[in-house]
Design a binder for this molecule. Structure first.
Ligand code: SF4
Length: 314
């Protein structure tokens, strides 16, 4: 499977099959907190980055076995709405596999383009990001491609809300020192009042980010921001819940680990649970991969994370 990954067990979405529509780190932003590393193709050009027909055929083959998943999520190591065929893939899924809900995780930077709003129209849940509503905040945190401004992002999200009848969960990633000041939060609140998402999900660093100095927001900071955003529907994102069993896409375990680490740094426990393999086995494989120079360790508050070294990109 080239374009599908997981399924992973997500606390917010259930058992989720991932679809990755763009090559590694093709994105319209280069966020300081990105789990996948620095953006290598920073662009707002929409095109068929991978063949739409091949993605549809992979989905058809996987879903034909009626797997026990809840949702199909467009996400991965770049921005999925950059792919000009995303609307065709969503329509295919709605027509042929209507029992699965469709989710799009997006950085929310392209909804000022009417084509992008139309492309995601048939999805069930959209999870766009909005980390800041000032030009300074967006420049500092998201470091977007030319053509993307805070004003455009907010206008696009307002238009999206007007036209999209499904659920919109707006995700705000708090970066201490960049978007946690009173000024930033006031601007964000005003934007959220105009956008009217169904919920606002506050998130902060859980895994190593692209910029090493970026740190996790404290519980006090998150509590202060939640209070400032009141009475908007704010939810604080917790840790992943692995209470349900997941059967990974079959294939070589080394390959599955590398594919997972391409998309997000993970602990040995995260990998064991998402790939349904014993932790002791995962630890042995990770130790070998470190010796081979394919991956490296980063120690964080939540534990030791394993990341891909730069040469190991898929
Ligand atoms: S966090 Fe998302 S939007 Fe930001 S650089 Fe990474 S992939 Fe792109």
């Amino acid at each position: 499977m080239k374009y599908l990954f997981g399924p992973i067990n997500s606390r917010r979405l259930g058992i989720s099959l991932g679809v990755d529509l763009v090559p590694f780190k093709t994105c319209s932003m280069d966020c300081v907190y990105c789990e996948c590393g620095a953006t290598t193709d920073l662009t707002i050009e929409r095109r068929e980055y991978v063949p739409t027909a091949d993605v549809i055929s992979e989905l058809d083959s996987y879903l034909g076995d009626a797997p026990a998943i809840d949702v199909i999520t467009f996400s991965g190591s770049g921005e999925p709405t950059l792919h000009s065929g995303i609307g065709d893939v969503i329509r295919f899924l709605k027509e042929h596999y209507p029992k699965y809900r469709i989710v799009v995780l997006t950085n929310g930077s392209l909804f000022w383009m009417e084509d992008v709003r139309k492309a995601v129209h048939d999805a069930d849940i959209l999870v766009p990001s909005l980390d800041a509503a000032t030009e300074r905040g967006v420049a500092d945190i998201n470091r977007p491609a030319d053509g993307i401004t805070a004003e455009r992002i907010v206008e696009g999200l307002i238009a999206l809300r007007r036209e999209f009848s499904g659920e919109i969960r707006l995700e705000v990633f708090i970066v201490p020192g960049m978007n946690d000041s009173d000024t930033e939060i006031h601007a964000l609140k005003q934007a959220c009042e105009a956008i009217r998402p169904d919920s606002i999900q506050l998130n902060t660093l859980d895994r190593p980010g692209t910029v090493e100095t970026v740190r996790k927001a404290s519980a006090d900071t998150i509590a202060r921001i939640t209070e400032m955003l009141h009475p908007l529907p704010v939810e604080v994102i917790g840790k992943p819940d692995y209470s349900r069993d997941v059967s990974p896409i079959r294939g070589d375990i080394d390959e599955s680990i590398i594919r997972t680490l391409t998309r997000r740094p993970s602990t040995s426990d995260d990998l064991a649970k998402s790939l349904d393999v014993r932790t002791t086995e995962v630890i042995k494989i990770l130790a070998r991969m470190i010796d081979e120079g394919r991956i490296e360790e980063k120690v964080q508050e939540r534990g030791t994370f394993y990341c891909l070294r730069h040469t190991e990109q898929h």
